[in-house]
Write a protein that binds this ligand. Structure first.
Ligand code: ATP
Length: 436
């Protein structure tokens, strides 16, 4: 079968992720578990860096947003109030012959099964929430759900957080955490999986000011991807049409990225109105209104939500950074990740394994390690060591050579330009910090 270019591009990335220890198929030795992935040594670092960068920009550097880490298992009534029990459905179609299941909006689905040309069922609704039992007694009353979004944990803690942190409207609550959706057709590597992590922020505002805040957050969030190093031309907004708005939303924009398989949602910015807080007031019987001391007004705040997928952001960084550069003799594969989020900041190589070069290399590694993740490598030809680090996305490589023995300088090679600078060993930290 001839593979199309999008599939080829994704296959190359998937292979690199495995080769360099970014992402592995989950349960691989048992044949793998569909749509589950594990992050390897470099993947876990990259994910941590993305989360830290998000937290820094959304919480740490702002006075009007505070953090939260709510439980995955919550009172089942929350999901009735939120509308998820009734309405968190995807329309699906089954093939009567091969039993494969498709989303109704799958472009491949026409009037026959796109795989075996078998007859298709009518469209049916499929609830995406994972259900499980809590405690030892299996009865309906003990049903709980794995949360399909982190947002509800924020809404039900709105009063707790506001009172304890003494925030006044407008203010936001941010959370990073796992969410679970029993997706009908998980696809495209880690783009759509059944278990994933979200980075969500809910901003509580006075009704009437929601339009303005919505515009503000749209702008902030697209700029964040720019700061993350994603190329501008690969990002765009897409407004949801009236017919695709979620049950809670008054307005919604997706920030989309140009993946090899097309423009797709990377993050959603939603005006959720007062829907969620009003519903939780109704279902819990607790007053979730805000009292404005200055104006003596009482109201249910509107919520502007920014909802990003952490795994999807990581995939975006990898896709955006992946490059194959034609050189004179061969092709160089390089991950041009922003140094800010690159898992390893510098590789350290002794040119040869003798003349005291490994000892100097180890000393440099030990010194730098206290400040940033670095990697010592003495195996194989130096050119191959450079290439391994290019593929890993490491922005700098430091080589100890014979000149080091004379004047205590080393070669620093920059990943993207491959330009080499001579830097004094005792100035290395400063040199790297300036560039990271
Ligand atoms: P889609 O239409 O792609 O299913 P959605 O509109 O249901 O997504 P939201 O509910 O807005 O998505 O979720 C917010 C963000 O969470 C998405 O922009 C995405 O980054 C991430 N996300 C949602 N579902 C998944 C998934 N199954 N796997 C990975 N990330 C996801």
């Amino acid at each position: 079968m001839i593979k199309n270019s999008s599939e080829k591009a994704m296959n190359k990335l998937v292979a690199l992720c495995k080769r360099r220890g970014y992402i592995f198929q989950s349960s691989e030795i048992y044949g793998g578990l569909d749509s589950s992935y594990d992050y390897g040594p470099l993947g876990v670092e990259l994910k941590k860096n993305i989360k830290e960068f998000w937290w820094q920009s959304m919480v740490q550097t702002r006075e009007d947003i505070v953090g939260l880490d709510s439980a995955i298992l919550m009172h089942p009534k929350i999901w009735e109030a939120s509308g998820h029990v009734e309405g968190f459905n995807d329309p699906m179609i089954d093939c009567k012959n091969c039993k494969r299941r498709f989303r109704e909006d799958d472009e491949r689905v026409k009037d026959k099964c796109p795989v075996c040309a078998g007859e298709l069922t009518e469209v049916r609704q499929f609830n995406l929430m994972f259900k499980t039992q809590m405690g030892a007694v299996a009865e309906d009353a003990s049903i709980v759900y794995l949360r399909p979004e982190t947002a509800q944990g924020i809404y039900v803690n709105f009063v707790n957080v506001m009172q304890s942190s003494r925030q006044k409207i407008p203010f936001g609550i941010a959370q990073i955490g796992k969410a679970f959706r029993n997706e009908i057709t998980p696809r495209n590597f880690i783009f759509r999986t059944r278990e994933f992590e979200q980075m969500e922020m809910q901003f509580f505002v006075k009704p009437g000011s929601d339009g303005e805040w919505f515009e503000y957050w749209k702008e902030q969030r697209i700029n964040w991807y720019d700061d993350l190093g994603i190329k501008k031309e690969n990002l765009r907004f897409r407004q949801h049409g009236k017919d695709e708005l979620a049950h809670y939303a008054a307005a919604a924009f997706d920030i989309e990225f140009k993946y090899p398989f097309g423009w797709k949602e990377l993050e959603g910015v939603h005006n959720r109105t007062d829907f969620d807080l009003k519903r939780h007031t109704e279902y819990s019987g607790k007053d979730l209104q805000y009292f404005d001391d200055a104006t003596r007004e009482r109201y249910t705040p509107y919520i502007i939500e920014t909802s990003a997928g952490c795994d999807r952001t990581l995939l975006t960084c990898l896709v955006d950074a992946y490059d194959e550069e034609e050189l004179e003799k061969d092709t160089r594969t390089v991950l041009r990740l922003s140094p800010k989020i690159a898992p390893i900041k510098a590789g350290i190589f002794p040119l040869v394994k003798k003349d005291g070069m490994p000892e100097i290399g180890h000393k440099i590694t030990d010194d730098l390690k206290k400040h940033m993740p670095v990697f010592y490598d003495e195996s194989g030809a130096v050119g191959r060591r450079y290439r391994r680090q290019d593929e890993a996305g490491t922005p700098f490589c430091i080589t100890v050579d014979s000149q080091t023995l004379e004047d205590d300088t080393v070669t620093v090679r920059e990943r993207d330009s491959m330009q080499q600078d001579r830097v004094a060993s005792d100035k290395l930290l400063e040199f790297l910090k300036d560039r990271i």
